[in-house]
Design a protein around this ligand. Structure first.
Ligand SMILES: Nc1ncnc2c1ncn2[C@@H]1O[C@H](COP(=O)(O)OP(=O)(O)OP(=O)(O)O)[C@@H](O)[C@H]1O
Ligand SMILES: Cc1ncc(CO)c(N)n1
Ligand SMILES: [Mg+2]
Length: 555
């Protein structure tokens, strides 16, 4: 997103460009642009009073007073989703129940004034509301009710989206409301956010066709009393950019984002306004709130440009894209039997044998490895990430889970299937909070206490060892087969044995025959070898044979 913020207030002639993050290229460009800004010339950004101090447990709170959209793209539903996405609590006062879908508006049922007044009172008399955001206000009486309520229960900021007509052309608030908007509501508003048609109606039918027209509209609307004005240009005929004009009474800012080629733009206006409200509730300055909202809408549209909801000509978008974007259709759900032959890479060994990490992973998978862990203790972050991405592609193609050793950041960045960590790495419950419920988390455990803690903290499996002495881990206490057995018997999680396991001793490990022991994890036995495929295949055969003899407890 580019935010070309140009001041045209006559006394100031600077031209400001902010750039967001539409594409990688834009973002790089943007940093330069941002860096070259004359910050002194910028209007001072004043943070609104933050009422949600971190010392208490108050969550930033937006109350939205708007209409319900049955299709859930706009109105109350958009506001709820936007606030949820931005981490803000949202209470609702419903002014009308509309029957809408992607084709248009089929019915509007305006609620009684008593009901609206009661809703306002219920919320405002009980809850601490930081910001009120209004959408569809279908009668002058409802505006008056709101103003009375705000007199009794003042809030930090009022965001007014003067909703009048749906994109499909259905009137949601008649022209009789214009005077009330202009005279009563706007003077109290911290920001008003009309689209082109609404700005035009509020200005007596003035034609608005260009960015220059939008600027003068913003100025005239500002004269009606709101502290700030955002004229939204979503409907401006431009195929390259979606341009809005923000005016704070002093400077004009041209907020420019890429125009996403999609029909899924229903509710962008409501979303923009509720995102501004959410950011204000968190304590943002108005300019920051508007910039964040613009970026949020652009990003949501980009993520949702191809989704299909309904058969009409204007679809909704996914406000909660953040929850979905990581989900990959080929992602592995954890299956304990995946621990059967667990291949752990080692960059030193691969270097020694002159193979790339991807060749090592390919070889292990071809030989029968059932899960792969990348353990790159020496690698630079960028290099590790690139290797992880390449290995993930291979693993996904073969339905083999890929875990990253220690580096939660790398796992997140490449969307790996999970991580394996040690006792002194990031705590498992913190990792779980970062990775979410579906990712695999494994922990190295030497004792029953470690094993129980791993289970309590939300791990999926434990690695237990070193079973035998090993070169790949210096100063690692060996627990022996006895120690492994003790941990397995205490563990509530599946266990993979690790440490010095190879073709000559793997049988003794699996012959322990204890429940929970699902397999062996190996490094040197696969990778400190000339041919990874052959060694993996041999180990796989040996394990399969041993397990067949030991019995079904193993798998
Ligand atoms: N295709 C698009 N790509 C990027 N941004 C867009 C696009 N369409 C609209 N926007 C942005 O979305 C925000 C809402 O603008 P718009 O003018 O569409 O409001 P609106 O008509 O009130 O929306 P609605 O009433 O459908 O909720 C603005 O910031 C606008 O620039
Ligand atoms: C309920 C409702 N509010 C606002 C809009 C404007 O998008 C809409 N279409 N429906
Ligand atoms: Mg709108």
């Amino acid at each position: 997103m580019d935010l070309i913020l140009s001041s045209t207030s006559s006394s100031i002639s600077h031209h400001k460009i902010f750039t967001g993050f539409s594409s990688k290229q834009d973002s790089r460009h943007g940093v330069e642009q941002f860096g070259s800004l004359n910050l002194k010339a910028m209007p001072e950004e004043k943070a609104l009073v933050v009422t949600n101090g971190s010392s208490n447990n108050k969550i930033p709170h937006v109350l939205t007073m708007a209409g319900s959209d049955s299709g859930a793209g706009a109105g109350i539903q958009a506001d709820l989703k936007t606030c949820a996405a931005r981490g803000v609590y949202c209470s609702t006062v419903i002014t009308a129940v509309t029957a809408q879908n992607t084709v248009g508006v089929q019915d509007v049922n305006i609620l009684s004034e008593e009901s609206v007044a009661a809703q306002l009172k219920s919320v405002l008399s009980d809850m601490h509301v930081d910001v009120v955001k209004t959408g569809m206000l279908p009668s002058t009486a409802m505006v008056k009710i709101l103003l009375d309520s705000l007199k009794q229960f003042p809030v930090q900021a009022l965001v007014v989206d003067p909703v009048m007509v749906s994109t499909s052309g259905h009137v949601l608030a008649g022209s009789s409301i214009l005077d009330t908007f202009r005279q009563d509501l706007f003077p109290l508003a911290d920001i008003v956010t009309p689209n082109l048609k609404e700005a035009s109606a509020l200005l007596g039918g003035l034609q608005l066709e260009t960015v220059t027209d939008m600027r003068s509209a913003a100025k005239s609307l500002h004269d009606m009393g709101p502290r700030n004005v955002l004229v939204k240009g979503g409907h401006l005929p431009s195929s390259t950019y979606a341009i809005d004009i923000f005016f704070d009474g002093k400077d004009f800012y041209e907020l420019r984002s890429s125009r996403i080629q999609t029909i899924n733009t229903h509710g962008t206006g409501c979303t923009m306004a509720s995102c501004i409200a959410a950011e204000l509730a968190k304590g943002s300055s108005m300019l920051s709130a508007v910039k964040v909202a613009k970026r949020y809408v652009e990003t949501a549209l980009e993520y949702s440009k191809s989704i299909i909801v309904g058969n009409g000509s204007q679809g909704p978008f996914d406000h909660l894209f953040k929850l979905n974007r990581k989900k990959s259709s080929t992602q592995q759900l954890f299956d304990p039997s995946d621990l059967f032959l667990y291949a752990v890479t080692d960059s030193g060994m691969n270097k020694k044998w002159g193979r790339s990490i991807t060749d090592a992973v390919k070889g292990a998978i071809e030989g029968g490895a059932t899960i792969v862990q990348l353990r790159e203790k020496e690698a630079e972050t960028g290099e590790f990430l690139e290797a992880a991405k390449a290995c993930l592609e291979i693993c996904r193609a073969h339905n083999i889970p890929l875990l990253i050793n220690d580096r939660v950041d790398i796992a997140m960045a490449c969307d790996a299937d999970g991580v394996h960590v040690g006792q002194s790495d990031m705590p498992v419950n913190t990792i779980r909070a970062l990775l979410g419920p579906e990712k695999i988390i494994g922990v190295s455990c030497k004792t029953p206490e470690h094993a129980l803690k791993a289970w309590a903290d939300g791990a999926d499996y434990i690695g237990s060892g070193g079973v035998f002495p090993t070169n790949t881990k210096a100063n690692n206490r060996t627990i022996g087969l006895d120690g492994l057995e003790t941990v397995c018997l205490a563990s509530k999680l599946p266990v993979v044995a690790i440490g010095g396991i190879n073709l000559s001793n793997a049988k003794s490990v699996m012959e322990l025959g204890v429940a929970n022991l699902k397999g062996v994890a190996v490094v040197s036995a696969l990778f400190d070898q000339e041919c990874v495929v052959t060694k993996t295949r041999k180990l796989h055969e040996l394990l399969t044979e041993t397990v067949a003899n030991v019995g079904p407890a193993m798998v």
